[in-house]
Design a protein. Structure first.
Length: 100
């Protein structure tokens, strides 16, 4: 997602879910399939290699789980350690089951 206005709106959104230091903000858009934006703060991970690794794991987990929802989502990773793929997948699954 590259729409800066939409990303700013997602950061200001008050609707969010938190599970294992992963925060998911939601915008009630009508887009189907849903759009996802993944954010890993540079404050916690100075090396771009680590940030990209986390982004890849989150995107792979999103492709692997079946998300049946509309709208736009912002996923912010706030953990200080790099979580395993399985743990990220379990967290995202719990968040999206909780949401529905």
């Amino acid at each position: 997602m590259k729409n800066k206005k939409l990303i700013d709106q997602l950061f200001r959104s008050s609707v969010f879910f938190v599970q294992n230091e992963i925060k998911v903000s939601r915008d009630n858009g009508k887009e189907s399939p849903p759009f996802f934006c993944v954010s890993v703060p540079k404050k916690y991970f100075n090396r771009a290699v680590d940030r990209n690794k986390i982004r890849r794991r989150i995107k792979a987990a999103l492709n692997n789980i079946d998300v049946k929802a509309n709208g736009n989502y912002l996923i912010v990773y706030n953990n200080l350690d790099i979580m395993s793929y399985k743990k990220i997948e379990r967290s995202l699954t719990a968040i999206f089951k909780q949401k529905n």
